[in-house]
Design a protein around this ligand. Structure first.
Ligand SMILES: C[S@@+](CC[C@H](N)C(=O)[O-])C[C@H]1O[C@@H](n2cnc3c(N)ncnc32)[C@H](O)[C@@H]1O
Length: 232
């Protein structure tokens, strides 16, 4: 039995119900990230990027893209996948501590905070805050709210599946997930949730000027995205 979410994401999990689901997911995330890139020469960090299948699209829109990922197996695939792309560098989260400060224009952490303890998130905010240039932005996406349950996740997935033609796979996938490590981990260690005010408070305490974005990154409108600017 695995006991943390990094192990889960390093396993052959079924969080994406099919290849098409995985492809459209990463395409949409890449489009949404690209929308936050301030200039074509920007240096961008994708913190805990996962498989990042469409990172080439993000790299096309910026000067340099750093893909940071804690799961070693995922990181190995990222290195192999993006070796030919000179704009992309793959790093571990520990590597980020040794990077040059004030070097990033944009950092994105999408669908990650829910898997971290509050202390891990504080540490990550400190690391990213140090790396961002003054005026640079951290975009924190897919934050779960305290009062929104798993039903909204299911509805959001089914709508996404209907729009992209993988409804049957989504239904099978949900049944599989109900019997999987995901379900067991979600009930055993859970997912961290924050209200809008709590997250603004956390980002403010970490030295950012933060507000909630009108739209969440990705396909799930019941979750929240925050934009946090480093002063200066
Ligand atoms: C749902 S995936 C998100 C991947 C990508 N950012 C996206 O939007 O598709 C969650 C990611 O968080 C990472 N992760 C899990 N637990 C973590 C932790 N405690 N600290 C940092 N990253 C973690 C996993 O390795 C995985 O890459």
């Amino acid at each position: 039995m695995m006991d943390d979410w990094i192990d889960y994401y390093d396993s052959t999990h079924t969080i994406y119900v099919s290849k098409l689901h995985r492809d459209v997911h990463f395409r949409q995330i890449a489009e949404d990230i690209a929308g936050y890139i301030p200039s074509p020469d920007a240096t961008v960090l994708d913190y805990s990027c996962g498989e990042a299948l469409s990172a080439g699209r993000v790299a096309d829109a910026c000067g340099r893209l750093i893909l940071a990922e804690p799961a070693p197996g995922v990181r190995g695939r990222l290195i192999a996948r993006f070796a030919p792309n000179v704009k992309i560098r793959v790093r571990s989260l520990d590597d980020l501590r040794n990077m040059e400060e004030n070097s990033l224009d944009l950092a994105v952490m999408n669908s990650v905070a829910q898997y971290m303890t509050p202390q891990e998130l504080d540490t990550a905010l400190t690391v990213v805050g140090r790396l961002l240039k003054p005026g640079g932005q951290l975009v924190l996406g897919d934050i779960l709210q305290p009062d929104v349950g798993m039903a909204q996740d299911v509805i959001a997935l089914l709508r996404f599946a209907l729009a992209h033609g993988f409804l049957a796979d989504a239904l099978w996938g949900l049944a599989r997930t109900a019997l999987s490590d995901y379900r067991e981990l979600r009930s055993k260690i859970g997912l961290r949730r924050y209200s809008e005010a709590e997250m603004i408070g956390k980002l403010t305490a970490a030295g950012f000027a933060a507000s909630r974005a009108a739209q969440n990154i990705g396909h799930n409108p019941s979750r929240m995205t925050f934009v946090a600017r480093k002063p200066g």
